[in-house]
Design a binder for this molecule. Structure first.
Ligand SMILES: [Zn+2]
Length: 171
């Protein structure tokens, strides 16, 4: 099993892009973050076989955090190992959020809020034509709530153009 990344595995190992990947970077099909994250993860995978289970489609950096977009259907098995995400965070040196490519807005929201359950997602159109996505979380917000919801909002804004509003069922 070999870690899949948006650049060739040879490029990811050496840190030098082949002409094909270099052209993709220049045209904007690939980003600097894609290249850096692919390279870091590939190097780490040489010592940690678990990482080879990862199929990275795209990586984005939002502030100090990373959004890793994985191949459709590949995220659920990784969730079985709670240390997997922590490992990624250690390797990349920032908080890591995981989602899948070609997914619906609702599924992307569920991925980002994981392990918190979402009870409802509503979309509202504002008078100015912009769209607001409202997520309802069961219960009330406690000290133990694991996420920075404004960060999730920022990630969704940058990655999918979603304007997020988070509401808890109980105040
Ligand atoms: Zn290449």
């Amino acid at each position: 099993m070999i870690l899949k990344t948006p650049i060739c595995s040879f490029d990811a190992r050496t840190g030098i892009l082949c002409p094909k990947c270099d052209a993709k970077l220049r045209s904007g099909q690939l980003s600097e973050t894609d290249v850096q994250v692919s390279s870091k993860l590939t190097k780490a995978a040489e010592k940690n076989q678990e990482l080879a289970k990862l199929s990275l489609v795209k990586a984005e950096q939002v502030d100090q955090d990373y959004l890793l977009v994985l191949e459709p259907g590949s995220l659920a098995p990784l969730r079985h190992d709670p240390s997997f995400q922590k490992n990624l965070q250690m390797i990349l040196g920032g908080k890591v959020w995981l989602t899948e490519a070609d997914t619906t807005d609702k599924k992307a929201l569920e991925d980002l809020f994981f392990p918190v359950r979402i009870s409802n997602v509503n979309t509202a159109w504002l008078p100015d034509g912009s769209k607001l996505t409202k997520v309802v979380i069961p219960g009330r917000k406690t000290e133990r709530f694991p996420h920075d919801t404004s960060m999730i909002g920022k990630i969704l804004q940058e990655s999918r153009g979603i304007d997020l509003m988070v509401e808890f069922e109980r105040q």
